[in-house]
Design a binder for this molecule. Sequence first.
Ligand code: IMP
Length: 422
Amino acid sequence: MVDLLLGLQWGDEGKGKIVDVLTKNYDIIARFQGGPNAGHTLIFDGNKHVLHTIPSGIFHDKAINIVGNGVVIDPVIFKKELEDLKKYTIDFKSKLLISRKAHLILPTHRLLDAASEISKGKAKIGSTLKGIGPTYMDKTGRNGMRVGDLELENWKDKYNALAKKHLKMLTFFDVDIQFNLKELEEEFCKAVDVLKQLTFIDSEEYLFNAMQNNKTILAEGAQGSLLDIDFGTYPFVTSSNTTAAGACTGLGVPPNKIGEVFGIFKAYTTRVGSGPFPTELFDEDGKAMAKIGHEFGATTGRARRCGWLDLVALKYTVQVNGVTQLNMMKGDVLSGFDTLKVCTSYTYKGKEITHLPYNIEPENVSVNYTEFKGWEADLTQMESAIQLPENLITYIEFIEQELQIPIKIVSVGPDRKQTIFR
Ligand code: IMP
């Protein structure tokens, strides 16, 4: 069986930390979608690491880490990630396996991403500009270059043909983008040489055999369900299926082999980039969340927008993913608020509703809150569920009741150790 771990909001829920905490229970950790737009932060033994493409199980002795076919890889960023991990003497050749069917992000994909965003003006998506959208467009348009192509002698011909096409496409956008193609290509080729030193596999076959041999597998999602290309707040989304079904297509795992679905959510809500966000706060409470929660993007450094927990949206993503257990992150950030609010319904076209409608822009929905008493206690040193303040327990039990799913982990700080199991 394959267990899944997914973010239920707009990303940045803390998936990296939980994968790292859970890795000891698994033989294999597999990423199934997204690419270097992700930034999974792990903190342990006083060190902080941000991973972008490499699965979050890489720091454990035994786990095999797989980058699945649904992921898009930028060799340049990948090389940098490997370099940043040098001090750990990890045997990448045996511990980090890459699907031949994963698509490659070319330097020109990044240029197209930038041109597309600039040309959108105020309507821009707020993309991380890592070339994610254009790469998935080439994948579905059947023009893409895959990791397996790098094993062909003529891979550079394929590269040149695609890059040439991208340069033509760039002229379509009426924007001025400065770049030095020669430099970008040299950097790309060097990075490809590094990538080629790793082990390429047919990951669906590898995982099939692993399942036959009763290996335990955890599929690690990136971004969050509200950024899913189909079910997210389109068009302000990423270009992959971040929801549970994405693990099937992004790894080649049959739906009937999915076991537990761990849904990760923050005790409040954040969003980075553009798009609607019904519970967004523009007041002191929002500023306090951002400050205490260090809400700055791990990949772009951009300030994250903050707001109260939205149970209408969370119920929707729990349903779409078939979540079997919840993990609540950053509970410690809410210490010190007099009153906490949780959105339990929307008013949509004058009517109270509890499902996520097609349009959630401010002109279409307003939010209705249920209020809770806050707590003062600092949670960051707590080690067991019985230490948690009563008002926090009330908050947790309300969420469990509304979603009808147990919250099994409460995270009270970024470190691996600051994790309370219930
Ligand atoms: P892209 O995937 O880089 O094109 O970005 C599309 C949207 O998804 C933008 O709003 C980004 O800010 C957001 N996004 C992409 N990756 C992440 C992530 O890992 N965490 C949070 N937001 C993300």
